[in-house]
Structure formats: structure tokens, C-alpha cells
Design a protein around this ligand. Structure first.
Ligand SMILES: Cc1ncc(COP(=O)(O)O)c(C=O)c1O
Length: 429
């Protein structure tokens, strides 16, 4: 995927398909795949893309736990360091297991290539470091993960990069906020935690007509449900910590896009070292194999819970794009293949009531992560979004009575029974 390793491949999906052909197929299968390569489905790519089998003939992808690589000679070492010869150099920026993960996620997103990072925040930071200069400007949706807001307003500001926040679905605001210094437009859709849905094609058109790049955080949907690059996004960001892992085991991130921009992102990783470990890359690889099945199951459970919560008199409002009453429902139907596993809702009352609901849980885990098989519940105003100013919280709709649930894969009746305990705790108050 980068200049040291994969030479001149046109796209990672193509590269991934070629590696299936080169490494694991006899000639009949090879011919078959070559004849059908454009039709390989998402589930096939999720299981097989990026595999580069060693001479040991292993079936499962190996974990290359090595910091560095041995060169045949001083000449070869020099050529590798100079980028004149393809091949591994040092695991801060070249590792076969990490590369398999990068190739696979690029194939799933329909992108040319990808660069893995140590966390989702590292993915956002390295993208900004790679593509922005001091004096330049970001336009960002107000409805983003709290730490993304802090990164932009507190830390990038120190290096002369400014940010303007806009309402995710107000396209006039996106256009109006752009200046001659604007380089990046940044959004999450569906957003965290209110599940607002942005029209990616529309924001992409605004980005293109102003010579800016559109970056989409696709964490809530994953490529199993939504492929922003097909809708005009230039770059996709993931916190792999969430659904790409899917079982709450390790942190990681990835930036997906064209070689042109990703070469810059990789150069930042090479220099600054926000590298994904091969072990974590391997975990993500194994998880990608079940990504679509999991995302469908998360979505089914979440839809059922959203309908049920919506009928409870103690609940003020449910935010889930699967509900026909949600503002983004029609758009979500168009650009997503299901509605995802995260929903949020406001209880009638204030922080006390929200905490009472959360404290009544017997099964759901009170934790800030999402995208786990285990259902998680959190109070955004005092956790994930606690570092936002009161004004920013108010503008982003992060009220004290808001609760976010990332619906897992437990039996839905048990998830609902826990929420029923939460409702009972509200009534008891
Ligand atoms: C939408 C979104 N983007 C990015 C991140 C940051 O990811 P990480 O925790 O892997 O740094 C998160 C974390 O919760 C998130 O929810």
C-alpha cells in the first residue's frame, strides 16, 4: 500500500484481489477469480482481501511480531531506506500484518489504499498533520465525538490551524463557513451520539466546488453499512477500536483514501510513530471476517430496542435513524444498508434521572466504548462529551438527560429487560 512495499498498484482492492490470486489459488481458481474479480462481494473481501501467504503455507493470516527486517546487504538496506526497492524496513511503518489489515479495509471501503494508526484519534490527528499547514482552516460538523472537538479547538489551534463548527445537516452553513484557507471538511454520519445523518454527496459537492477535501468518520456504520468514498468522500477515518474490532479488545485506527493523500499520512506515521501494533492489526483482521454479519445483528437489535423505547412514556425522545420519525430516516435508507447499533434517548427529567436509569442496569455495561458485542450504556454529557464547553454541548444537543446505548449482540429480550429496570427506576423516583 505504500511506496516502499507495494509499488505501483492502482487500487488496494485490485491489489487485494491480486494477492488472493497470487497466493492462495490453484490455476483453475486463479482463472475463476480473475474472470470474476470485479464482482467479488464485500463478504469475500472481508474474509480474503490482502492475504499474503508465506512459504509456510499457513491458512490463517500470521502475526509478524518483529520490529525490524534483515537485509541481504548494505546495498539493499540503503535501497529500501531510500524507497528505491520495495520491501519491509522497520515496523513503525512497514509490517506485513498491518499491511494486510490496511489492504483489507481499503478493499472494503472501495478505496485505493489505507494507513493504519494506533487509535481513531491518531487517525484524525495524522490526517490533519499530513494535509494541513499552519494558517489553514477546517470546517467541522458540530456533531462529532467530543475528543475530535477538543483536538481541533485546543491542540490544532496551538499550531495555527483554525476550525469553524457548523450544523451537520445545514448545507448553507457548510458553504458559508468555507474561507480561502479552508482545506478540510470533517463530519461523522451517523453522528455520535444523536445519530444525525448528513448527505455525503451534498457535502462532497460543496467540498469539491471549493477545492477542499471531505473527510468522513465512518465509525458508526463501517463499510458493511455505508461506503462514503462511493458517495464522494475523499478520505474515510475509522476508530478501529469500535466495530472493526467488535469485541472491545484493542485500540486502533485507520485512514482510507487515495495514494496521493495517504502517502502523506504514511510519512507522518513513519516520522511521528502513531503506529498500529501487528497484534492489534491481526485482531482487526479476524474481526473484519464477520463484520457484515455483526453489523446486521447490531442493527436488528438496535432497531427493536429503539421501537420499544419510543413507546415508553418515561422516555422523552429516541434518536435512531431507523425510526421513521427520525429526521435522517429517508436519507439513511438511501445511503446506508442498515441503521447501525448506536441509539440515544432523552429520559424525562435531568441528570439525576439519566443516572438513575443507568445505575439500574444489571446486564448492560456502563462504559464509554461502543461497537462491542456487549451492550454499553453511557451518559455523554459527563463522559464522552464532558470536555465540551456548556455552550458547545448545548449546540450539539448533549443534554443532561441524554443516554447513549451501543446495542450489542446479547439476546434482545435481556437488553430490553435491563432497560425496563431503568424505566422502573425512573418511575420509582
Ligand atoms: C466517532 C468516533 N470517532 C473517533 C473516535 C476515537 O477513536 P479511538 O478511541 O480509537 O481513539 C471515537 C471514540 O469513541 C468515536 O466514537
Amino acid at each position: 500500500m505504500n511506496d516502499q512495499n507495494d509499488g505501483d498498484v492502482k487500487s488496494s482492492s485490485k491489489n487485494a484481489i491480486e494477492s488472493i490470486v497470487e497466493n492462495s489459488m490453484d490455476s483453475d481458481k486463479k482463472d475463476f477469480i480473475e474472470d470474476h474479480e470485479l464482482n467479488l462481494g464485500l463478504d469475500t473481501l472481508a474474509v480474503r482481501a490482502g492475504i499474503s501467504r508465506t512459504s509456510e503455507g499457513e491458512h490463517c493470516e500470521p502475526i509478524f511480531t518483529t520490529s525490524s527486517y534483515v537485509f541481504d546487504s548494505a546495498e539493499q538496506a540503503a535501497a529500501r531506506f531510500a524507497g528505491d526497492e520495495d520491501g519491509n524496513v522497520y515496523s513503525r511503518y512497514t509490517n506485513p500484518t498491518v499491511r494486510t489489515f490496511e489492504d483489507r479495509i481499503a478493499a472494503l471501503e472501495g478505496a485505493e489504499t489505507a494507513v493504519a494508526t494506533s487509535s481513531g484519534m491518531a487517525a484524525i490527528l495524522t490526517t490533519c498533520m499530513a494535509l494541513l499547514e499552519s494558517g489553514e482552516h477546517i470546517v467541522c460538523s458540530r456533531s462529532v465525538f467530543g475528543t475530535t472537538d477538543v483536538l481541533f479547538t485546543k491542540y490544532l489551534k496551538k499550531f495555527g490551524i483554525s476550525v469553524s463548527f457548523v450544523t451537520l445537516t445545514d448545507y448553507d452553513q457548510w458553504q458559508a463557513a468555507i474561507t480561502d484557507k479552508t482545506k478540510l471538511l470533517f463530519l461523522e454520519t451517523p453522528s455520535n451520539p444523536l445519530c444525525e445523518v448528513a448527505d455525503i454527496e451534498r457535502v462532497s459537492a460543496i467540498a469539491k466546488s471549493n477545492d477542499c477535501l471531505l473527510v468522513v468518520d465512518n465509525c458508526f456504520c463501517t463499510p458493511a453499512l455505508q461506503r462514503p468514498i462511493e458517495m464522494g468522500a475523499d478520505i474515510v477515518i475509522h476508530s478501529a477500536t469500535k466495530y472493526l474490532d467488535g469485541q472491545g479488545r484493542c485500540l486502533g485506527g485507520v485512514v482510507v483514501g487515495r495514494h496521493q493523500e495517504m502517502d502523506e499520512v504514511l510519512a507522518v506515521i513513519r516520522t511521528c510513530g502513531a503506529t498500529l501494533s501487528p497484534f492489534n492489526a491481526w485482531i482487526f483482521l479476524k474481526s473484519l471476517e464477520t463484520l457484515r454479519i455483526r453489523m446486521q445483528a447490531h442493527s436488528c437489535n438496535a432497531l427493536e430496542l429503539a421501537w420499544w423505547l419510543n413507546e415508553q412514556p418515561e422516555i422523552e425522545k429516541v434518536f435512531y435513524a431507523g425510526l421513521p420519525t427520525h429526521e435522517g430516516h429517508v436519507l439513511a435508507r438511501k445511503q446506508q444498508s442498515a441503521f447501525g447499533g448506536v441509539l440515544s434517548f432523552r429520559v424525562k427529567g435531568d441528570r439525576d434521572e439519566a443516572w438513575r436509569f443507568i445505575n439500574a442496569m444489571k446486564i448492560l455495561s456502563v462504559t464509554a466504548n461502543l461497537g462491542d458485542t456487549k451492550t454499553t450504556i453511557v451518559h455523554p454529557a459527563t463522559t464522552t462529551h464532558s470536555r465540551l464547553s456548556d455552550e458547545a454541548k448545548q449546540q450539539a444537543g448533549i443534554t443532561e438527560n441524554l443516554i447513549r446505548i451501543a446495542v450489542g449482540l446479547e439476546d434482545i429480550k435481556d437488553i430490553m429487560a435491563d432497560c425496563q429496570r431503568g424505566i422502573a427506576a425512573l418511575s420509582a423516583g
